[in-house]
Design a binder for this molecule. Structure first.
Ligand code: GCU
Length: 700
């Protein structure tokens, strides 16, 4: 206990803490949980029951026991046909089996809180929703909600290796202990599944996209099957990352050519083996011909040839193939254009059960990217959104960055590909082109750290990602509100302060790292810290100087027709919007234009002054975030308070580092002073250039 009287918490329980909600709305709520666990109840209903009991008992601070008699304030939950035994009121049920109804029904002086669906998993989702309402202190006496997910495949992509290292992982090692599976079933696997189900995530790939063929070998499939058994009651399917050369590596085939009948047969047999062990296997996720991974192009075949071969193998069992569009080539004049150039010609050639997974932006998860021009352009292929929750380029796990505003910025971008209002959200929902499939993936930020995500606030990104995949229309603010209430408190002033920190955090990070459309100026390899000067890697498009193109005239990448013309990959309206430096949104300007240092920007300041202003504002705002957090000392338990405080100290220090290093370096081109009103860098450029971090985490 701390002077605040708040029990120290380590963050393990995430947003499922189920502590007394202190919400007056709930005080008079009389609850029984009833009619449940009929003989033969499914494991999903058992899971829902356990969750409701633990949840209600904790939140309402009661000691409910399983009661079969129906009284005022009874929660009735189960599939619609079971509910009908208790109430006569007609309930309209969503067709989508994952959808659910939460409804207050009054009959014969009795009040029922009904949670129902066509399926058990819908019931579980409904239970989690009720618990969310209770934890967030909402009134639950007059419910009338129907909820269905917007996106069908709501996946978590782990980049975890079989040796438990995690590529771009900053929260410890992998939660999946392959060595002790299948026998040892860590409680954490179940808690992981609960957390995912509570926000509607319904699939996970458990291994890295830079795949190891061994995961498809029988001993590993047995381990995967054990995980699948734990995840199944929570509605979570396992997908596997497939190494394209697996037939050669596992069974000595001479080739992995997707048009070779022996190869096709191999994948069919392998798939049958997987389905034998995991009847609800979701399918394959493939990174091919990208960053050294093998793929169909090794045999002069296309991505479509490769994807379709796997699609044929999984199709009889309803499996999907998720084929990544993250490709770039050293021969291209502009990395920005590569994915579009490789994938657009294949539009219409993919089989029905293939989705193409596209990163939100054209390069690689930079702090701010314009949306990938593939969204909306591929009209005959369902495109899946890939967001990166692990903060590879966003301060890794030491910076507090709430990513939902960034996700929303991308989702709300208008592609104009099917007329005004064709937002990225509408494309991935499948609405615009009536795609039969839709999906979203989040590259996981989860590891075996006690609080799962390294930084406690990383949990908010996991949470927000899941909630958005369920309902793309939710605002980042309302998601933050939910998360804060469940994670910390329902107390208004505290919510207000934490929300202010979260909502400003992404723009703040952009300001101190990559303002005005800069990107990819981080350290080589480990991607830690600033290194805009870096120019030593063998490929041009791996080096930061390729991306900012600073010279004596100005800075930025000219992607207009006088440059690489990458802008022509967008619809005309978007092209026009970005094409003119005078009308281009200044948040993106250096993505598309090489701007002279002394050009007058919209504020009247020169570009150089604006850059300085953004970098200094970033540092000031992160100091402000820290001050806001410190003002909560009496409101947050000591363990979590100090955890976040210490990380904010690191964030302030690193923001100053980013600002100083970048401005000193860019100044060697602009030859302009950092305005005297600002605190001047306390080290010189040589110092920043000399810093080395051979053991920075995340390199896999
Ligand atoms: C980034 C990241 C790699 C990762 C790759 C991918 O380039 O640095 O570690 O493998 O993205 O998305 O496949």
């Amino acid at each position: 206990m701390w002077a605040t009287g708040l029990k120290a918490e380590d963050g393990y329980n995430l947003w499922l803490r189920y502590t007394k909600a202190n919400a007056p709305q709930l005080n008079s709520y009389r609850t029984n949980i009833t009619g449940i666990l009929p003989a033969g109840a499914s494991p999903t209903i058992v899971a829902a029951t356990t969750e409701l009991f633990n949840g209600c008992n904790g939140i309402l601070d009661r000691n409910l026991s399983l009661r079969i008699n129906v009284e005022n304030g009874t929660i009735l939950f189960g599939k619609i046909e079971n509910i009908a035994k208790w109430v006569t009121t007609k309930i309209d049920i969503p067709n989508n089996p994952e959808g659910f109804i939460l409804k207050t029904i009054k009959e014969n002086d009795k009040t029922f809180t009904v949670i129902t669906s066509k399926s058990d998993i819908g019931v579980l989702y409904g239970c989690f929703q009720l618990l969310r309402l209770m934890q967030t202190g909402r009134k639950i006496s007059q419910l009338d909600t129907m909820s269905t997910p917007t996106i069908q495949l709501r996946l978590m992509n782990h980049w975890d290796n079989l040796n438990r290292s995690v590529e771009r992982g900053y929260a410890g090692i992998s939660i999946f202990n392959w060595h002790t599976l299948p026998e040892y079933k860590d409680q954490r696997y179940k808690d992981y599944a609960r957390a995912n189900a509570s926000i509607g995530i319904n699939g996970v790939t458990v291994t890295n996209v830079n795949a190891n063929a061994m995961v498809l070998s029988r001993p590993y499939l047995d381990k995967i099957a054990a995980l699948a058994n734990i995840f199944r009651p929570y509605g979570i399917k396992i997908y596997l990352t497939a190494r394209f050369s697996a037939p050669m590596e596992l069974d000595n085939l001479k080739t992995a050519d997707p048009l070779n009948p022996e190869v096709q047969q191999w994948w069919k047999k392998k798939t049958a083996e997987i389905y034998y062990l995991i009847p609800d296997f979701g399918g394959f996720l493939v990174k091919a011909n990208s960053e050294g991974q093998p793929g169909p192009q090794n045999y002069n075949r296309t991505h479509a040839d490769g994807a379709n071969m796997l699609a044929d193998a999984v199709a009889p069992r309803g499996g999907k193939v998720i084929w990544r569009a993250f490709v770039y080539s050293q021969d291209a004049d502009d990395r920005f254009k590569q994915a579009y150039n490789e994938f657009m010609p294949l539009d219409g050639q993919f089989k029905e059960n293939v989705l193409v997974q596209v990163k939100n932006g054209p390069i690689d998860f930079q702090p701010r990217e314009p949306f990938s021009p593939l969204f909306g352009a591929m009209k005959k292929t369902p495109l899946m959104m890939e967001f990166q929750l692990t903060q590879e380029y966003l301060g890794q796990s030491t910076h507090l960055v709430y990513q939902a505003p960034m996700f929303k910025e991308v989702l709300q971008s208008d592609t104009y590909q099917n007329g005004k209002g064709t937002t990225v959200a509408k494309i991935i929902e499948g609405e615009t082109y009536q795609n039969k499939l839709s999906g979203m993936s989040g590259v996981s930020n989860i590891g075996n750290d006690i609080n799962w995500t390294g930084h406690l606030f990383g949990q908010a990104n996991w949470y927000a990602y899941g909630r958005l995949a369920w309902d793309l229309s939710l605002s980042s603010e309302s998601i933050a509100d939910e998360w804060i209430r469940q994670t910390f408190t329902n107390e208004k002033a505290t919510i207000h302060t934490i929300k202010a920190i979260m909502m400003s955090s992404h723009q703040t990070l952009v300001n101190y790292m990559t303002p005005m459309g800069l990107g990819h100026i981080m350290g080589n390899g480990n991607h830690y810290g600033p290194a805009p000067w870096s120019n030593t890697l063998s490929r041009a498009d791996w080096n930061p100087v390729y991306y900012h193109k600073a010279d004596s005239i100005g800075i930025g990448f000219n992607r207009t027709s006088s440059g690489t013309n990458a802008l022509s990959q967008y619809a005309t309206e978007v092209h026009k919007l970005f094409n003119n430096p005078d009308s281009c949104d200044e948040r993106y300007i250096l993505w598309f234009h090489h701007i002279p240092w002394n050009k007058q920007m919209r504020s009247g300041k020169t570009l150089w002054e604006e850059l300085c202003l953004h970098y200094y504002k970033g540092v000031n705002d992160v100091k402000m975030m820290r001050a806001q957090w410190l003002s909560l000392e009496k409101k947050i338990d000591i363990q979590r308070f100090e955890h976040v405080s210490m990380l904010l100290n690191i964030q302030v220090k690193e923001a100053i580092w980013w600002r100083n290093a970048c401005l000193l370096y860019f100044q060697t081109f602009s030859k302009m002073p950092i305005p005297a009103k600002y605190e001047q860098p306390d080290q010189n450029l040589e110092y920043y250039k000399s810093l080395r971090f051979p053991y920075a985490p995340g390199n896999g």
